[in-house]
Design a protein around this ligand. Structure first.
Ligand code: GUN
Ligand code: ZN
Length: 433
């Protein structure tokens, strides 16, 4: 792909702003230079423009923010059509809406149609990478990766494993589930930009035998991802305690089966204790914090202070359909309020870090996505601080970058995303209102 460049306010992150004074890279009049779908350079326009070969296109995004594409580390594509379904808590919500909705994904064509809508929605919201749950059906994984690879997206996804405590129509077997997963790994993992995640749904819906085999699969394919849910809801935690009385904690169930390691993403992590957080950090597993879901389902409030004390790798996630928005900006909005309710404070710059370079780091993809380091994949977005009348008015009164990012997080949504690029190619552009 030819050389191209993009001029605007350039923002990316070298480290977590909560722990480093030199975390933020900000170029007021910046230039992003892209070649062959990768970042060639990012810096001041005045420094870089002169070195561009004559005739290199310069896309003019002055007045807009150019930053790495957003990363959603926990989302269920099959739950797109049931977002905003009312139920008094996680377990009734799963029974009433989730399982019947997921039943339809044995049909490849249905899966493909939903995957296309889901990806449109992600790109409209500026999300260029996600860690995605499919359903128990292997067809649902093929449908998803066919759709995401046709668009050239860096996506992580996997077949849900569940062989008990679920309706018959969603039940696999320990051996069958792992056999299907292995075939899908061989078909999709590192096939273009697709990456595979071994995906036991959560401890209650997997037998001992299934978790043993999942752990063995994770050891046999150490560069695959792992994703599951942990300690989301009080009733779920009680259930796990009764199913696994020998485990020290809910998280310890997964640990005993060899499911804690780098590239393992644990959704929710609401009811973990300090020993759990310490074990997360030690193992290299990461947390996907899902505030819109946790508030919607009444699951609880993530404890940023406890997680930070242990230096756990954190990321932000929508958890649609438990989550109520595809927008990572709206996810930041709710994360900020959850932190406040627990007595913590999230800087806006940190929230943008957690949704870009921080998520990439948590996934073991630092320097590959979420960054403008030379050689990183050129997934980036253009945010428009004038996207709505209110945003424009507030932006006029922002005294510094932190205030502007805060306004974008609190007031922004898909309307604030002017354009989304994947591997240097435009994959979404907002239509004029
Ligand atoms: N726990 C097990 N399955 C699910 C799911 O689909 N969504 C959420 N939020 N929690 C879960
Ligand atoms: Zn989930």
């Amino acid at each position: 792909m030819a050389l191209a460049s993009y001029r605007g306010n350039l923002l990316h992150f070298h480290a977590d702003p909560a722990f480093s004074d030199a975390a933020i890279a900000w170029h007021e009049d910046g230039l992003l230079v892209v070649e062959g779908g990768k970042v060639k350079a990012a810096g001041d326009y005045a420094t870089l423009a002169g070195a561009l070969p004559p005739g290199t296109p310069v896309h003019d995004y002055r007045g807009k923010l150019i930053m790495p594409g957003l990363i959603d580390t926990h989302v269920h594509y099959p739950q797109t059509d049931m977002i905003a379904s009312p139920a008094p808590g996680l377990l009734p919500w799963l029974e009433t809406y989730t399982f019947p909705t997921e039943r339809q994904f044995g049909d490849h064509a249905h899966g493909r149609a939903v995957a296309e809508f889901f990806l449109d929605e992600l790109l409209r919201c500026g999300t260029t990478t996600a860690m995605v749950y499919c359903t128990v059906h292997k067809e649902s994984v093929d449908a998803f990766f066919e759709a995401s690879s046709a668009r050239g997206l860096r996506m992580v996804a996997g077949k849900v494993l569940m062989d008990r405590h679920c309706p018959d129509f969603l039940c696999d077997t320990a051996e069958g589930g792992v056999r299907d997963s292995e075939a899908l790994i061989n078909k999709w993992h590192k096939n273009g930009r697709s990456l595979y995640a071994i995906t036991p749904r959560f401890a209650p819906t997997s037998s001992d035998a299934q978790l043993i085999l999942a752990g063995e699969l994770a050891a046999a394919y150490p560069d695959t991802f792992i994703q599951t849910h942990v300690s989301e809801n009080a009733d779920e935690c009680d259930w796990v305690k009764s199913l696994y009385p020998q485990a020290r904690s809910y998280l310890d169930v997964y640990d005993r089966y060899g499911l804690m390691r780098e590239r393992a993403m644990y959704g929710h992590c609401i009811w973990l204790d300090q020993a759990d957080f310490a074990r997360m950090a030690e193992s290299g597993a990461a947390a996907a914090v899902c505030p819109t879901s946790n508030l919607f389902l009444g699951s609880g409030l993530f404890d940023f202070a406890q997680a930070d004390a242990a230096r756990v790798a954190l990321s932000l996630a929508t958890d649609v359909g438990g989550g109520t928005s595809f927008s990572m900006l709206q996810t930041m909005n709710e994360a900020y309020k959850v932190a406040r309710m627990k007595g913590s404070y999230l800087q806006a710059a940190r929230m943008f870090y957690l949704a870009t370079a921080g998520a990439a780091r948590a996934m073991g993809l630092g320097g590959v996505i979420g960054s403008f380091a030379p050689g990183a994949e050129a997934d980036f977005i253009v945010l428009d601080p004038q996207a709505t009348p209110l945003l424009a008015r507030r932006a006029e009164h922002c005294a510094n970058l932190e205030e502007l990012l805060f306004a974008l997080a609190l007031l922004g949504d898909d309307r604030a995303v002017l354009a989304t690029y994947a591997a240097g190619r435009m994959v979404h552009e907002r239509r004029p209102a």
